[in-house]
Design a protein around this ligand. Sequence first.
Ligand SMILES: Nc1ncnc2c1ncn2[C@@H]1O[C@H](COP(=O)(O)OP(=O)(O)OP(=O)(O)O)[C@@H](O)[C@H]1O
Ligand SMILES: [Mg+2]
Length: 362
Amino acid sequence: MSSRLETEHLFKVFGRRPDAAVERLRQGADREELRAEGTTAAVIDASFTVEPGQIFVVMGLSGSGKSTLLRMLNGLLEPTAGQVRFDGQDLTALTGRELREVRARKISMVFQHFALFPHRSVRENAAYGLEVQGVPRAERERRADEALALCGLAGWEKSWPDELSGGMQQRVGLARALATDAGLLLMDESFSALDPLIRRDMQDQLLQLQKTLKKTIVFITHDLNEAMRLGDRIAVMRDGRIVQIGGAEDILLRPADDYVASFTQDVDRSRVLTARAVMDRGVRGDEADCACETAREDTPFTELCAISARVPHPVAVRDASGALVGVVPRQRLVGFLGDEQAAPVSCDAPRDKGGEKAVARA
Ligand SMILES: Nc1ncnc2c1ncn2[C@@H]1O[C@H](COP(=O)(O)OP(=O)(O)OP(=O)(O)O)[C@@H](O)[C@H]1O
Ligand SMILES: [Mg+2]
C-alpha cells in the first residue's frame, strides 16, 4: 500500500508576481534579494524522490520552508512551479475535486498538535479519515480499533481525548492516519511537542510499525538526532533550498557545507555510524581467508569496536545477503572519529579490562 513520491523543481513563492520571482530564482537569485521586494521564496527548486517504504526526513531551522514543502506534497498548497508525483499520478495537474479525493484515500497527515476533536471519543477520532471517505460505521469502527491497537491504545477506544496524556493523544493522531490505509504519510514535527522520553518511545513505535506497514513517509523535524534515528534519507533545508540529501552517515561524514556541518556538531557519532560508513569497500582474498570475525553493514560503531577488540585481524563486513562487501582495518576504529569522540582507543588493547571499559564508553 505504498508508492513512490517524486518532486521535480518545486517552487513556492508568496507575494507579488510569483512567476517572475521563480524566474529570478532559477537564475540564481536568493531569498534575501526577493524579500527586499516584499516577496517570500518559501521553497526554491526542491527535487527529490522517496521510494516506497522509505522514511524521508526534512530538517532545517525555523522558516527554512519545511512545512510549505510538505503542504505542497498533498496539494494543500499549490506550487508556484514544478511537479509532485505520487503513485504515478501528477498531483499538480488534478482539479480541486480530484485532489480532495487523493487526499482522502492516499495521503494522510499527522500534525504537531494532536488536532483531535474534543467531543468525539478516541475511536471516533481515529475513524475520522474513514468517515470522510464514506466508509460505513461498522467497518470504520473496526478499522479504527485495529489502528488504535497498532498504536498501543487498545482499551481506550471509548475514552475522551482529554482523558489521555499528550503522548497518547499523539498516538490517536497517528492511528487516525494509519486507519485510512493511505500509502503516503506526511508528518510535520509530529513528535516535537512531546517530552523527550515519550518522544523517543514514539520514534521507536513508528520504526516498529514501519517494518510491517512499509508506508512512504515524509517526516519533518528540527531535531538532528530524531532525523538520524528515523531517516532512511535526510534532506537539509536552508533558506528555502535543499542543500543536501543523504543518509545519516553522509550528512555526518560528508556535510555539503559549513551550515550542514554546524548542525551535526553535537551528534554522538558513535551512535549513528555503522560499519558501512567506516569500512573499505571490497575484500582481498587473503583478508577473506583470515576474516574469522565479521560484522554486518548496519552493525553500529560501538559494537564494531567490541568485535574488533576480540581479534587482532581486520573485521570483515557482510551485506544483508551474507556476501563479503568490505573490511574495517583496526586502525580505522582508533583514528576515525578524531577529537574526544574517539573514545575507543583501546580497541587496540584486546581482552584486557581497559579495553572493555573503553568500548563501553564509546
Ligand atoms: N501563507 C504564507 N504567506 C506568506 N509567507 C508564508 C506563508 N507560509 C509561510 N510563509 C513564509 O515562508 C517561509 C517558510 O515557512 P515554513 O512555515 O515553510 O517554514 P518551516 O521550515 O516549516 O518553519 P518552522 O520550523 O518554524 O515550522 C517563512 O519565511 C514564512 O514566513
Ligand atoms: Mg513548519
